[in-house]
Design a protein around this ligand. Sequence first.
Ligand SMILES: Nc1nc2c(c(=O)[nH]1)N[C@H]1C(S)=C(S)[C@@H](COP(=O)(O)OP(=O)(O)OC[C@H]3O[C@@H](n4cnc5c(N)ncnc54)[C@H](O)[C@@H]3O)O[C@H]1N2
Ligand code: MOO
Length: 402
Amino acid sequence: MRTVDEHLTHILGSVSVLPPLDLALLEAHGTVLAEPVAAPVPLPPFDNSAMDGYAVVAADVAGASEAEPVTLPVVGDILAGDPGVSAIRPGLTARIMTGAPLPAGADAVIPVEWTDGGNATVQITRPAPSGNYIRRAGEDVLAGQVVLDAGVRLGAAQIGMAAAVGRARVVVRPRPRVVVLSTGTELRPPGSSLGTGEIWDSNSFMLTAAVTEAGGVGYRQDTVTDEPAKVLETLHDQLVRADAIVTSGGVSMGTRDVVKEVLTGTGTVEFHKVRMRPGKPQGFGLLEGVPVFTLPGNPVSAYVSFQVFVRPALRAMQGLPPEPLPTVSAVLGEDVRSPAGLRHFVRGRLAFSRGHYTVSPAEVQGSHQLGSLASANALITLAEDAEALPAGSHVEVMRLPS
Ligand SMILES: Nc1nc2c(c(=O)[nH]1)N[C@H]1C(S)=C(S)[C@@H](COP(=O)(O)OP(=O)(O)OC[C@H]3O[C@@H](n4cnc5c(N)ncnc54)[C@H](O)[C@@H]3O)O[C@H]1N2
Ligand code: MOO
């Protein structure tokens, strides 16, 4: 028997970060940068106005008030992208819009609300210090500054930042392509009718969705019956397009545990019992260099195994730290028992109130009981040495992707 940590360490020691790929910016959404992105020019590139108003010499309006407005001639309009006036002299003003370049000679912007909004001349009713409502070149980003580090996942804000520094393409770690295959003669695709002893395949859909949630691209395969030759042929066919393969079912002690049968001794694949519940029977290894995760068939076991072993590996392949799901500390809402010597992943509902998290275990915890997983939002992680935890204890809780 292996511990969870031993099995995960073995897996992480066997997977490598994927080679980098040059992608158009929007195609890179959700991937991880493989290069730092630096600004070729400062941002903003030029001093510009933060308000719609009038560009002035601050000294000209120092005495302005409601009672005694300062009147200035307006020499022209400066629009964003269409700077009609490039300079003003003392005693003059130009109308300026937000984002338009500040004309040389001006050192303040008077918002239109502080004026009568005049066209040929304008009356200004408030003074402004030098620098008023001016956005200086480089006050966001300096020329040459690294704005995104290698290893950062490109969410919407990071995509915006890359575009803002002029990048149309970026070099990233691609999303791992993960083939998902369920085995089991009893499995029928959802949407078809069931014969005696048959069930609808849930694992391949669930695991393909979990791959997406972990930043990969899932390729769900049609289920394969428990025939060794078919399972092996399907796996070999899929190797060419896979950065990883995830199977479910056929890894336990049955007479037809076909995945275990065909993969034992193939490549570096090994099967182990892992000290955890659910998810005891596990297999992992490389097949022609491709990591293959053989997860147990019980749906909750397959799901928990994915989050505990596959998700960290997919993160490592993307160049991300192989962290588990985001974890919080919570107070147990009721007493919990846990099997000695096993790490126990208990489905529960996490809630936040009066400044702290509380978590309550689901009523049923069988590894075939997908209903209690679908209504859970968290997995309470009970350590191997925990046997009885009273209500009020602090526990670690992994938040499930939502
Ligand atoms: N004698 C023993 N029997 C079992 C042991 C054991 O140690 N000794 N371990 C049990 C545990 S724990 C688990 S977990 C399961 C794992 O079994 P397999 O990986 O071989 O999975 P199957 O036998 O193929 O299926 C188990 C169960 O899950 C259902 N299943 C399978 N695939 C799907 C799918 N794609 N969608 C929905 N449901 C699926 C299948 O019908 C079975 O009910 O072994 C225990 N037995
Ligand atoms: O490990 Mo099994 O996953 O307990 O049902």
